[in-house]
Design a protein around this ligand. Structure first.
Ligand SMILES: *[C@@H]1O[C@H](CO)[C@@H](O)[C@H](O)[C@H]1NC(C)=O
Ligand SMILES: *[C@@H]1O[C@H](CO)[C@@H](O)[C@H](O)[C@H]1NC(C)=O
Ligand SMILES: *[C@@H]1O[C@H](CO)[C@@H](O)[C@H](O)[C@H]1NC(C)=O
Ligand SMILES: *[C@@H]1O[C@H](CO)[C@@H](O)[C@H](O)[C@H]1NC(C)=O
Ligand SMILES: *[C@@H]1O[C@H](CO)[C@@H](O)[C@H](O)[C@H]1NC(C)=O
Ligand SMILES: *[C@@H]1O[C@H](CO)[C@@H](O)[C@H](O)[C@H]1NC(C)=O
Ligand SMILES: [Cu+2]
Length: 175
């Protein structure tokens, strides 16, 4: 996930060094300032972050697909990341009825249990009926990997239903 940022970070560092080099050479500073006007650019910060003025973002897991069987949440996490500390994940899923299977949300303790969809030491963070309506929120408060999975049917939703994803929130080093 961090890979996405790297080219822009490199560009930024390169731009700063170029700026210093130009200053040293006594180039026309008003021209260079105009050339490197980041606030003026085509949403410069937006290349690697959705809203630089916002301290945290809110994501509905799965977007309009919500939390359901068969949607690739690993892919969702890659496309919607990177995630930052204090970002909020919202889990939405239908409560069970006669025709639908229930879902839930668990935190798995490590990569091994994530790989194997092993729920033995998992911690439940969302009951089967907690995802209804506006769903429930989970804040990425700590700098650690989070392994999310649906705990239903003893790991079948996690394994066959692709209802799992991992995030390691990044630290905001600006603002
Ligand atoms: C710097 O560039 C600006 C705009 O191109 C120009 O108006 C100004 O005279 C230049 N200053 C110097 C010291 O060359
Ligand atoms: C940079 O862009 C901002 C916003 O468009 C503008 O207010 C400011 O005057 C610009 N600065 C320079 C040096 O061009
Ligand atoms: C960024 O976040 C601020 C504060 O929440 C908000 O006012 C602003 O409209 C947002 N900008 C964009 C482009 O989403
Ligand atoms: C889900 O998406 C990931 C990342 O794009 C991909 O590696 C994986 O093969 C996909 N899984 C399935 C079952 O399509
Ligand atoms: C996250 O939010 C808490 C409470 O609002 C705040 O104390 C903390 O500094 C924030 N952490 C980061 C990394 O923004
Ligand atoms: C069960 O839930 C699904 C999804 O919310 C809904 O489309 C369906 O109508 C419900 N069925 C019954 C019998 O309530
Ligand atoms: Cu499920």
């Amino acid at each position: 996930m961090a890979v996405k940022c790297t080219p822009v970070l490199v560009l930024f560092v390169a731009a700063s060094m170029l700026g210093i080099a130009m200053a040293n050479k006594n180039w026309n500073s008003s021209t260079t300032a105009a050339n490197w006007n980041f606030t003026n650019g085509p949403n410069f910060w937006g290349f690697w972050h959705k809203n630089a003025t916002q301290r945290s973002n809110r994501f509905v897991v799965g977007g309009s697909e919500n939390w359901r069987f068969g949607y690739n949440y690993t892919e969702w996490a890659i496309k919607n990341g990177p995630f930052y500390l204090n970002d909020t994940l919202v889990f939405k899923y239908d409560p069970p009825n006669d025709t639908t299977f229930p879902h839930s949300v668990y935190l798995l303790p490590n990569f091994w249990s994530f790989q194997n969809c092993d729920l033995k030491w998992a911690k439940k963070i969302g009951e089967v009926n907690q995802g209804s309506g506006e769903g429930f929120e989970f804040v990425l408060k700590r700098w650690q990997p989070y392994y999310f999975a649906c705990g239903e049917r003893n790991g079948v939703h996690c394994k066959a239903g692709l209802m799992k994803f991992a995030v390691w929130p990044l630290i905001r080093w600006y603002n």
